[in-house]
Design a protein around this ligand. Sequence first.
Ligand code: AMP
Length: 298
Amino acid sequence: MRSVDTVAELRSTLAAYRRADARIGLVPTMGALHAGHMSLIARAREQCDVVVVSLFVNPTQFNEQADLARYPRDLERDSQMAAGAGADILFAPPVKEVYPPGFSSEVRVSGITERLEGTQRGPEHFNGVSTVVCKLFGMVGPDVAYFGQKDAQQVLVIRHLVEDLNIPVRIEMCPTVRERDGLALSSRNMHLSASERQQALGLYAALSAAGSAVSQGRRDHGELLAAATTELERRQIQPEYLELVDLQTLEPLQRLDRSALLAIAARIGATRLIDNVILTPTPTPQPSEREATTTCSA
Ligand code: AMP
């Protein structure tokens, strides 16, 4: 794996691949790599000829300075992990390479950025994400870029911007990787104490409870949110939001009459965590249908 930290070096390294018409995959990260990031790199490895992993703790998307200051950074470890997962190029630019003196542009996607995370973190968060991802697309020129479902709203925002700005890149959303007990992997999990980690399990427990309610035929959003809330209360978690929303527009849904996103954010101690699941209203078989199925398969 080759490590580069300037755009010029990145471009000259990619030039040979581009001449050979190689398919370029990009995995944007903020480092502190874990198995979630690894799964994105592995997917890119399967589908592309050259895999670029970017590692940049983007200051403009942090709405809390304390969160930025304590964001874990370990370039040596990340570089070994990225190489182990099959990356060809690690692009880890310093802040002044991405935002040189005089930088004064911003990419802003309206509408969907004003919901969920936008209501809590303010518009600056997604403006920071959109701007830096647009810049990375300009620097790397990827054919495909890989993002995690864990940040589902972010994926939607990026899909919007590549469509609106005619950026020729395919956005691939990869499933959330979880610990065995369900906790979604996150670079911020390392800030959790043992007891906070136990409490954090409540997020996935809540999402799963709503999933079970769907399997039992519940469709009303009040019933689904009540099932989730019971799990949150059991662990004394007060969510910043817990919402059932449309998969494309993120508008709140009253009924699960199509696949939808159930998204949650909560503070566990000083650590803010997010998670989500996609709920799908598969039809529950009626008793007569179940009998018929049993008869057929017997
Ligand atoms: P981050 O370094 O937190 O900015 O994340 C970089 C990319 O990894 C984003 O596309 C995230 O959605 C994705 N990601 C983070 N955690 C997970 C996870 N547990 N499973 C899958 N993808 C993840």
